[in-house]
Write a protein that binds this ligand. Structure first.
Ligand SMILES: Cc1ncc(COP(=O)(O)O)c(C=O)c1O
Length: 404
């Protein structure tokens, strides 16, 4: 009998999934690199430096010690207590052990939060530019992303459009997602911003996910945690954080979530039935990182800040395009609309077309704003060396001279 494919419809959860645009761009950049092309890659989304050596040694030792079996689902008590200590000392927040859970990266915890909070056709509000996976995670959970655009002039009007937020809320709105410091725009939100947002949603039965994964990469002053700013939102807020960016541990895959016991219980339950636990030798490394704390990364983060200043100075001097003031994370969100408006080849917001051309012609990879719901912009990652930053900006200058 012939082995024909079944006339099969896959589940509604995956029907609308899009491949991650940042991952596919990185893939194309790597392909060109493999063909011997000298690529400047501003499209990456991770620190370019290694985690602290003590963290690596700790994982190595734990493997030697035989920590190769399943670990405690939702995180060991030791790790959870260190997370609680961190919330207390860095954010002034008290969480009990059953208000914390640990997962395979912030990404898994975000996904399990969507699965926990959303029912079919519930709306979740995203503020563009947003991190790419939120949208697909909302859809995979059966929800509907409602995307609010970046204000036309963010410098003047801010990053969150409060009147638009008010308008967007209806009976189906279940969730809003906040992300400060922000990927891709690098902006940070203030206590006043959070208070304004909380005032709008307080009368409605809406949850908040506050993704604070870039907390330590904050160059504009102390990080403001959502719940520290608006403690009255505690019964309906989940804070997501992790070690990927803070300790340059992206490949270790460790994240944590804090929130009301019931919701955290469900998020943990989803983890129990999917990944079970983080690998125990990884947990040992994560414990070491948390024990060392922020001071161990201080030098690296200062270096990151210098590179941000370097990229900003080069762009101010040579490119003279507007951008969102990057106060945190490690991205600069460049406004390409003034050049696209003059071009005959590209529509005024076609940063996707422009970035594809830039990669093929100038061998410079930047992520187009379309990936984050803000066409007309592009994300440039400055977590790379000064010489690469300089090379990339020079390529961009030349490309802009040749744009048709
Ligand atoms: C805003 C944001 N949230 C979450 C994540 C996922 O982090 P993790 O590596 O902990 O899964 C990322 C990674 O790029 C991110 O940029």
């Amino acid at each position: 009998m012939e082995n024909k494919p079944l006339p099969f419809r896959f589940s509604r959860f995956v029907a609308n999934l899009q491949p991650s645009p940042t991952l596919s761009l990185n893939k194309r950049a790597k392909e060109l690199g493999a063909q011997g092309k000298n690529i400047v890659n501003f499209s990456v989304g991770e620190p370019d430096y290694a985690p602290p050596i003590q963290v690596v040694e700790s994982a190595r030792q734990a493997l030697k010690d035989g920590l190769t079996t399943y670990g405690p689902p939702g995180g060991s008590l030791k790790f959870k207590d260190l997370i609680r200590k961190k919330f207390k000392s860095d954010n002034g927040l008290d969480f009990a052990r059953d208000e914390i859970t640990v997962g395979i990266g912030a990404k898994e915890l975000l996904f399990h939060s969507m699965l926990t909070l959303l029912r079919e056709n519930d709306e979740a509000i995203l503020f563009a530019p947003y991190w790419v996976s939120y949208k697909d995670q909302i859809m995979a959970a059966g929800g509907v992303p409602k995307i609010l655009p970046l204000p036309e002039n963010p410098k003047k009007d801010g990053y969150i459009d409060i009147p638009k937020l008010k308008e967007a809320i209806n009976d189906r709105t279940k969730l809003i997602i906040l992300n400060s410091p922000n990927n891709p725009a690098g902006y940070t939100l203030t206590k006043e911003n959070f208070q304004e947002i909380a005032d709008v949603i307080a009368p409605h039965p809406i949850w908040v996910i506050s993704d604070e994964i870039y907390e330590y990469m904050n160059f504009g002053g102390a990080h403001v945690s959502f719940l520290n700013a608006v403690p009255q939102m505690r019964s309906r807020t989940i804070i997501i954080n992790g070690l990927s960016k803070a300790f340059a541990m992206t490949g270790f895959r460790v994240g944590y979530a804090a929130g009301p016991k019931k919701a955290i219980g469900y998020i943990k339950g989803l983890g129990d039935h999917s990944s079970t636990c983080i690998p125990p030798f990884i947990e040992e490394a994560a414990i070491t990182a948390m024990e060392l704390g922020f001071p161990v990364m201080h030098e690296k983060i200062s270096a990151l800040r210098e590179r941000r200043d370097f990229m900003m100075a080069l762009i101010n001097e040579k490119i003279k395009l507007p951008y969102i003031e990057p106060k945190g994370a490690f991205y600069l969100f460049l406004d390409l609309r003034p050049v696209l408006a003059k071009s005959k080849l590209y529509a005024p917001s076609d940063s996707g077309g422009f970035c594809a051309w830039l990669l093929d012609e100038a061998h410079l990879a930047m992520v187009p704003g379309e990936a984050f719901g803000s066409p007309g912009y592009a994300r440039l990652c400055y977590s790379t060396s000064r010489s690469v930053i300089e090379d990339g900006v020079n390529r961009l200058v030349k490309a802009l001279e040749n744009i048709k």
